[in-house]
Design a protein around this ligand. Structure first.
Ligand code: CA
Length: 133
């Protein structure tokens, strides 16, 4: 499973990359929005973890561009701002989940696994002959 992390805070980014790597994922880390979008469009990821406030392009813009380009991998947002407007905006844009910073790594991992399971079930169902469903 390949995951894209877009996070400009060095400490958080390194921590996520290391932690997700130890959990068995292949992780690419981008440190600004423009690199993040470029990677997301040029590679195939099973999931993306996007910080909201990023230099170059924010997490909302990345998500909007991905969906416009037909990339439908699950997207989990990290936000320092626990504000209702953020959640509403993200859901309207097609975000799949949220985590408010600071978060526990175990919670992030649990949510990532849930999103991936949901995603792979949809793929399996789509690939399966009708008689197996
Ligand atoms: Ca940030």
């Amino acid at each position: 499973m390949k995951i894209l992390v877009v996070e400009d805070e060095t400490k958080t980014g390194d921590y996520l990359k290391q932690g997700m790597g130890e959990a068995g994922f292949i992780v690419d880390l981008a440190r600004d929005g423009i690199d993040g979008l470029h990677l997301a469009l040029s590679e195939n990821y099973d999931l993306a973890i996007l910080d909201v406030m990023l230099p170059g392009m924010d997490g909302w813009q990345i998500l909007a561009s991905l969906r416009k380009a037909g990339k439908d991998m699950p997207v989990l947002f990290l936000t320092a701002r626990d504000q209702i407007e953020d959640r509403v905006k993200g859901l309207e844009l097609g975000a799949d989940d949220y985590l408010v910073k600071p978060f526990a790594f175990s919670e992030l991992l649990a949510r990532v696994r849930t999103l991936l399971r949901r995603g792979s079930k949809a793929v399996e169902a789509a690939c399966m002959p009708a008689k197996w469903i």
